[in-house]
Design a binder for this molecule. Structure first.
Ligand SMILES: Nc1ncnc2c1ncn2[C@@H]1O[C@H](COP(=O)(O)OP(=O)(O)OP(=O)(O)O)[C@@H](O)[C@H]1O
Length: 545
């Protein structure tokens, strides 16, 4: 029976929840030239597509760069279309998500995928806890991750955390530090994606006076500053290629030479690195040094995206609410909020969920947006058992991209043109714009938006306020009242975070718009690296044209 076969491919916990049975399942891809690729399916999604960054590169001109993904779940082998151009089809019917019974043929382009159980299975330990440090998770995938981290933390091994932005990699790295014998030492963070490539070397290795123009003092590097502690190297995939041998040498020899210095300094820091990239593939392609990759990936961890562990959403929402001042409870959310929050895809992961919950507490009227149109378009139920249509879910609870914004005059739920826009034209989960829409909430929106003055009345750039102090005073009062209105319900740190986040998003969108969507030119104009612009786009759920 198809249903029974699918059931035998499920992740199941046993031994009173202490262990996880992981069935061994192979996926076979028959390419247009009849070659067959075969690989193992695990809990982390296997991505199929023509891009060399995919786990399985399918050389088929009718397949998209990132076409679909397959992973093992508690319900069986789950196939998801990733917004492919030509669709993922079962018996000729395009599907968005399906549980795949063995033997069912999936068509992508002119290639075919099938899954085949080998009949064996592996057993993984599950953590007894639903948290590791401040990271929370009750799903099987998070409890399996916590169990691995609990074992790895007390060792001095180098760890590599892989996962999308906002999945909690830094939180987990901090928890590793706190659960290690180095917990009394410093936890130092360096984000290779946020520092201009020319400055990373000085940051990591330090420098002495005269090392370069402007180096007037001695500055120890972060490797040294993390002495007896942990150095968390975030976005290691953005480390410039020419610095990689130097980092490798330092890690092997446990000593560094500051820029311009003759002497080597010993250091004693544990390294935990993280990236949102597929570093193994980058290393295979020569875009990242293989020797450094192997040095870093002594133990590799995949931190699952929030949409891969929707079971965690109730726990996370509850804790996010409890942490508010004053503390809130699930009962304070509008009815039906939780199922809607669980149905949404959360491209910004827990970071996005946290901000959305904070906004929902303040603006419960935004809830209807969660029940908006399907995130990726319509799907038809294929006539195969174990398949399901995609639940209608939200394009984002946060209002139309060009909406009045949290700082704007208090208004009802976002509605009108933006609310029904397809996801590609709406920054998923990004907050409503703090600034007027002239800055362009999303590069795609520039097609429709006519250029406008970006200066809000009363701002420094508003000619009236610049020339007439009395008017300035009157306007500012009225303006501040209107603009600050709902922000005043937040604590200062929360209000600051909301404003900064909106500012960052609007600023990036506006800069990209100014530079015709060209990321390199926008990055130059912003004085940051291209990689950082890419990360900001990802973080705010935006896409460059
Ligand atoms: N499992 C979790 N439990 C509780 N909070 C979480 C969890 N994961 C992430 N968060 C919260 O989400 C936010 C983002 O987490 P974090 O910075 O650790 O993610 P990240 O993967 O390092 O993101 P980035 O790559 O963008 O830096 C933080 O506020 C963090 O506290």
């Amino acid at each position: 029976m198809v249903g029974d076969q699918a059931a035998s491919l499920t992740l199941t916990s046993f031994d009173q929840g202490k262990s996880l049975r992981l069935p061994s399942v192979r996926v076979l891809v028959t390419l247009p030239d009849r070659r067959v690729l075969e690989t193992q399916v695990g809990m982390s999604p296997l991505v199929f597509g023509t891009s060399s960054e995919c786990d399985v590169v399918v050389s088929d001109p009718l397949v998209s760069r990132r076409h679909c993904e397959i992973r093992l779940t508690e319900r069986g082998v789950l196939l998801r279309d990733l917004g492919s151009k030509n669709g993922t089809l079962i018996q000729g019917v395009p599907i968005l998500e399906a549980l795949l019974p063995p033997g069912v043929v999936v068509t992508v382009g002119t290639s075919q995928l099938t899954v085949r159980p080998t009949g064996t299975s592996a057993v993984l330990p599950l953590s007894a806890s639903t948290s590791f440090g401040r990271a929370l998770g009750q799903s099987l995938s998070m409890r399996a991750l916590f169990a691995k981290l609990e074992r790895a933390a007390p060792t001095d091994e180098t760890l590599l955390l892989l996962g999308e932005s906002g999945t909690g990699k830094e939180l987990l790295a901090r928890a590793v530090h706190e659960n290690s014998r180095r917990s009394g030492g410093p936890f130092v963070v360096v984000d290779c994606g946020a520092i201009a490539p020319s400055l990373i070397e000085g940051e990591l290795f330090g420098y002495v006076p005269g090392a370069f123009s402007g180096a007037t003092t001695t500055k120890p590097g972060l490797l040294e500053l993390a002495n007896r502690g942990t150095l968390f190297i975030d976005e290691i995939g953005e480390l410039p290629l020419d610095l990689q041998p130097k980092l490798l040498r330092a890690l092997e020899s446990r000593e560094v030479r500051r820029l311009g210095a003759k002497q080597f300094q010993p250091f004693d820091a544990r390294i935990v690195a993280a990236t949102h990239r597929n570093l193994r593939v980058k290393a295979t392609e020569g875009a990242f040094r293989q020797d450094l990759y192997f040095r870093l990936a002594v133990i590799e961890f995949h931190v699952p995206a929030l949409r891969e562990r929707r079971d965690d959403i109730p726990l996370l929402v509850e804790r996010i609410l409890e942490a508010r001042d004053p503390p809130r409870a699930l009962a304070d959310l509008p009815p039906h909020a939780l199922p809607l929050l669980q149905a949404y895809d959360w491209p910004g992961n827990v970071r996005e969920l946290r901000n959305a919950v904070a906004r929902l507490v303040l603006f419960p009227e935004l809830l209807p947006e969660l029940a908006g149109p399907s995130r990726t378009g319509s799907v038809t139920m294929p006539p195969v058992a174990g398949l399901r249509t995609a639940p209608p879910s939200s394009p984002g609870i946060l209002g139309p991209a060009s909406g009045p914004g949290i700082l704007g005059p208090a208004s009802g739920p976002a509605s009108g043109p933006g609310a029904d826009a397809p996801r590609s034209a709406r920054p998923g989960g990004a907050p409503p714009s703090a600034l007027p829409p002239a800055g362009g909430p999303h590069p795609d929106a520039t097609k429709a938006a006519a250029p406008r003055d970006a200066s809000p009345p009363g701002s420094a750039a508003d000619p009236k306020s610049a020339t007439d102090p009395a008017a300035d005073h009157v306007d500012l009062d009225g303006f501040a009242e209107k603009r600050l209105g709902r922000l005043l319900d937040l604590s200062l740190p929360e209000a600051r975070e909301v404003v900064l986040e909106e500012l960052e998003r609007s600023y990036v969108a506006a800069k990209l718009r100014q530079h015709g969507g060209n990321i390199s030119r926008a990055a130059d104009a912003m004085g940051v690296s291209r990689q950082l612009v890419h990360r900001l786009l990802e973080r705010h759920g935006m896409r460059a044209k």
